[in-house]
Design a protein around this ligand. Sequence first.
Ligand code: C2E
Ligand code: MG
Ligand code: MG
Ligand code: MG
Length: 279
Amino acid sequence: KAKEAGKGSYMIYGQEMQQYFDERMIIENHLRSAVSNNELSLHYQPLVDTGTGELWGFEALIRWNSPVLGFVSPLSFIRIAEDCRLIVPIGEWVLRAACRFTKDLQNQGYEGYHISVNISVIQLMLDDFTEMVLSVLEDTGLAPEYLELEITESIFMESFEAISSKLEALKERGIGIALDDFGTGYSSLSYLKQLPITTLKIDKSFIDSIDTPNNRSLASSIVTIGHDMGLNVTAEGVETPEQLAFLERTRCDKIQGYYISKPIPEKEVAGWVAGRMAG
Ligand code: C2E
Ligand code: MG
Ligand code: MG
Ligand code: MG
């Protein structure tokens, strides 16, 4: 009996694996031509300075509209792009497009706006990552203090020394380094102290449950810890006025979420900014 069950589950496992590989192959094949075919675009989600209510800038979020597959979520294709290393050209394209876009906004009179860009561990492991970032800044003319890179804790599980020194070098130039999805990884607090970061981004899961007292104290503790360590703290996934009010009281520095705005297609950003300033 046990043997039968074992065999059965092996077969199911095999089928699921096959399905995953089939889907992966399809996505990988179409993704390969997506950059040159202009199928990738960026949406920009506003981040607001909680203290002043002013717009700090935007997070660039990739979108893929494939003529064959339709809209594919980054949650499904980024992982595949990492596995087949297509994230290297795609990631550079994102950085360049986002910096150029921000410099254009600044040229139009929105001088203080920043841009935050998600960076994959595969990119950070490249020897020339630092040079790549600096050359994108030079080419686009964006000053380093307006760029923030978003990384996740998993990055430091790869090769801590090599990656930290690259981030440290970029930080010294004035580039911000944000630890994304903070609270979902495994870092201990003493480990956190060694990371060359400037900002903690509290994961949406802690913001969602601000309505329940226990989790509420978790969110405010993260803000306190971040501040004690001399870091800025951003809350992601803010959806309600109650969450915003709580985060204001805890002096969280920046907020991002549907309550402010969903990610905005590039072409609509200037209109959104103008509307916000008018109203
Ligand atoms: P992330 O960096 O943590 O980005 C935040 C995600 O939460 C985005 O999903 C955003 O649309 C969503 N979000 C923001 N506010 C709210 C809210 O109030 N409610 C809800 N329900 N969701 C909210 P998105 O755009 O689907 O991106 C998913 C993930 O894909 C990102 O998570 C990031 O890890 C990755 N990603 C996106 N663009 C890039 C990129 O250019 N490069 C890399 N390496 N990863 C990217
Ligand atoms: Mg992010
Ligand atoms: Mg995030
Ligand atoms: Mg997240």
